[in-house]
Design a protein around this ligand. Structure first.
Ligand code: ADP
Length: 403
């Protein structure tokens, strides 16, 4: 069973083709700058394998349809193709950021699902239109092939109302569905299952605090395998301090800025999403640059790092309170998997909560799932590489089997 995973954005398409008999990635790539004067397609065959082959196409890619035609051409190409024809692709799994409260599980895409995604555009104006473009094109190009939508929000649909409600006038929830949804659910869900396996416990009995720390960052309190709270809210802005996103801010700042600077709502939204976080504090949004700057004595970079660690610790502490018993903290994504300093900063001073790192294990550069807690730590501290594409492919395959 070969499954094509598609993450279609407003001007890009990321894709991966997996052979689910052994979960091997056959090829992957990105189509970027769709609709611009010049588009780029980067295609990798057997990515990560010793015989990895790369192909780059630079040409105008006017639409998602044109981009998908190029991708299918490369996948089925007589010389480089990894499958003989489109018909060899068993199903397509689509990443969808916002499923609102219309979707509490992955589902086969039909006209009703497409209509639901259209209805959710006001809750995800940046993401859902791009996903819909990818889904429409894929349905046209693969008319008989099952298409599955996998949502970032679904894993958090188990949060109780006390966690997902905002203390705003209740009509806003009833009329506009203003509530917290949470994101990165495919990643939190994937590392939850992997962590339970690693700990040798049934997932239904596993309590975790999962930290997805990348350009976008979020934390999740997982009780018995289910999300009971998470740091992101109605959009992926709330919560932790991120590359360019502010995370939690007193919303009273917004009218203050409108008054003092004459900024429009759109300008403020742009600022808190794209000019804030690490970038707002120290001008850099990449964690590796921030470490270099700290080493060179940059005080603002140090402040950004301190703020990041402090915010993470505040949420870890609050999720210990939410969960009671915690089996493990799980670090994942670009920073979580690779940055021992960020991990120290996120758990420092929590020995009294049973969280104790082993400094040597934390520094080790090995890859793969590993335990970096001290032997006498009551709570395990795990590093588990995330794999959202594999999770989407697994859920797609699972849905096909069930239907
Ligand atoms: P995205 O949210 O875009 O998927 P990633 O999960 O790839 O992001 O994470 C990107 C972040 O990971 C960047 O801040 C980058 O600096 C950081 N990162 C990647 N590798 C390392 C490393 N070896 N050490 C520290 N930070 C790293």
């Amino acid at each position: 069973m070969d499954i094509l995973v598609i993450n279609s954005g407003s001007s890009s398409i990321k894709y991966q083709l997996l052979d689910m008999s052994d979960e091997r990635v056959l090829c992957s790539g990105t189509v970027e700058r769709i609709g611009e004067a010049m588009g780029v397609l980067n295609h990798k065959i057997a990515p990560g394998a010793p015989g990895e082959d790369k192909i780059t196409l630079t040409e105008p890619i006017p639409s998602h349809e044109a981009g998908m035609h190029l991708v299918i051409g490369l996948i089925t190409d007589a010389e480089h193709g990894v499958v003989k024809s489109k018909a060899d692709i068993t199903a397509i799994g689509h990443r969808v950021v916002q499923g609102g409260d219309l979707f509490d599980q992955s589902c086969l895409v039909d006209d009703t699902v497409v209509a639901g995604l259209e209805k959710l555009i006001p809750l995800a104006p940046v993401h859902n239109p791009g996903h819909l473009a990818g889904i429409r094109v894929a349905r046209e190009l693969f008319p008989g092939t099952p298409q599955v939508a996998v949502f970032d929000t679904v894993f958090h649909q188990t949060m109780p109302p006390r966690a997902y409600m905002y203390a705003l006038p209740y009509e806003l929830y009833e009329e506009l569905k203003v509530r917290r949804y949470g994101f990165h659910g495919t990643s939190h869900g994937y590392v939850t299952k992997e962590a339970a396996k690693f700990l040798g416990k049934p997932v239904e009995e596993t309590n975790l605090i999962t930290l997805h720390l990348g350009n976008g960052s979020s934390m999740c309190a997982v009780k018995g395998g289910h999300s009971v709270d998470t740091t992101m809210g109605i959009t992926p802005l709330e919560g932790l301090i991120m590359g360019t996103r502010s995370g939690d801010v007193d919303p009273a700042v917004y009218p203050l800025l409108a008054q003092a600077r004459g900024m429009s709502i759109q300008q403020i939204d742009d600022m808190v999403n794209k000019q804030s976080g690490f970038k707002g504090i120290c001008g850099m949004n990449d964690m590796r640059d921030i470490h270099d700057a700290v080493a060179a004595g940059d005080a603002r970079a140090k402040l950004a790092l301190d703020m990041f660690g402090y915010r993470n610790r505040k949420y870890v502490g609050s999720y210990v309170a939410v969960l009671g018993r915690v089996d493990a903290l799980v670090f994942t994504a670009g920073i979580g998997e690779n940055d021992p300093v960020a991990r120290v900063l996120s758990c420092r001073g929590m020995e009294h909560l049973g969280i104790k790192l082993d400094h040597e294990r934390n520094q080790a550069t090995e890859r793969g799932a590993r335990d970096i807690a001290a032997p006498d730590s009551a709570v395990r501290v795990l590093v588990i590489p995330t794999n959202e594409e594999l999770e989407i492919a697994r859920q797609t395959a699972g849905l096909l089997r069930d239907n």
